[in-house]
Design a protein around this ligand. Structure first.
Ligand code: ADP
Ligand code: MG
Length: 314
């Protein structure tokens, strides 16, 4: 049986519900809720590939590393990304395993530690803008700058490290991900947007201190594997025009042309949150994808049945 393949990018709310629930156990419980909906989708016959965010988790790893720096070596950003892919993948794998077991679904789940190649010429390297890690005072910031970090002052709150956010070019593990999908395995990949790597003149890869947008990376994954559907699961049931304004309007459907028009107009989709999701969907559709859905985990099944969510098509 050849079932349809969906790539689902799950957002921060699938792991951290609120500031009071951030422990490993809390994250596991949050993941469980999302996995229940993904398992239902798989029971319905979908083959699913899961991408996820890792911003807060990498922040926690970095903070531990900083606090322990007087005693232990620090963890570089690419290794933090790999650590988080493993730990988050584990929580998703175990939750899905348990649901499959309870629901009588005969499927296996595998997490792929995923490298994503970026270009050394990406303009993002000229303008590192993504803040990561803890706030520093000016003296610490100056010391770090001498060690090679880019640091910026964040109005009133202190100094922070910033890293570039280049565009994903190639998913290094694409081949093995495709083989697993073909074998019916549920795959978890490009966690946190993937571990950013660059190739040298001989084609050898090396991890770099950067962050790739998880929606862009999941979109590239969806295109690379020729997914039938690209789903972005986040904290809202639908996308809105004039979001948060008195004339806010929830959308059931958007065409590719409309999505591009509203993106270009500005003011509808917030910069660091909804705009990259709409852009990720636009990229998927322009690379030949047919359909995308943006909704929240609790409405996944209803959105797949066409009853809610925002559907974006060519
Ligand atoms: P994620 O962790 O899933 O990437 P983000 O916080 O980055 O979540 O992005 C999703 C959020 O974007 C929504 O929860 C909502 O608060 C916000 N948002 C911004 N603009 C819009 C819009 N036009 N329609 C709906 N939500 C929007
Ligand atoms: Mg986001």
């Amino acid at each position: 049986m050849t079932s349809k393949v969906a790539v689902i990018a799950i957002g921060g709310n699938s792991l951290i519900k609120d500031e009071q629930h951030r422990s490993v156990e809390d994250q596991y419980q949050a993941a469980k809720e999302t996995c229940a909906h993904i398992a239902a989708m798989i029971k319905d016959g979908w083959n699913v590939v899961i991408g996820h965010g890792n911003g807060p988790q990498v922040g926690f790893i970095l903070r531990r590393s900083e606090l322990a720096a007087h005693e232990l070596h620090e963890v570089p950003l690419d290794a933090c990304g790999a650590d988080s892919q493993g730990a988050i993948g584990y929580a998703l794998q175990q939750n899905l395993y348990n649901f499959f077991h309870q629901m009588g679904i005969n499927k296996q789940v595998a997490t792929i530690v995923t490298q994503v190649e970026v270009s050394r010429d990406d303009p993002a390297f000229q303008n590192p803008a993504k803040p990561i890690g803890s706030f520093m005072d000016q003296a610490q910031a100056e010391r770090r700058r001498q060690e090679g970090w880019d640091v910026v002052e964040d109005a009133g709150r202190g100094w922070r490290r910033v890293v570039p956010s280049p565009l994903p070019m190639r998913i290094v593990e694409e081949g093995v991900i495709k083989q697993l999908i073909a074998a019916g395995v549920i795959v978890i990949a490009v966690g946190g947007g993937g571990i950013p790597v660059v190739a040298d003149e001989n084609g050898n890869l090396k991890g770099i201190a950067a962050v790739i947008d998880k929606d862009y990376a999941s979109s590239l994954l969806a295109s690379s594997i020729g997914a039938d559907l690209f789903i972005i699961s986040t904290a809202v049931e639908k996308v809105a025009l004039n979001y948060g304004k008195p004339n806010q309007q929830w959308l059931d459907h958007l065409t590719l042309a409309q999505a591009k028009e509203y993106l270009a107009a500005g003011g509808h989709f917030a910069k660091g949150s909804m705009a990259p999701k709409i852009q990720a969907v636009v990229n998927f559709l322009e690379r030949g994808g047919k359909e995308a859905i943006i909704t929240n985990p609790e409405n996944l099944e209803r959105a797949l049945a066409g009853k809610t969510g925002t559907r974006i098509t060519k």
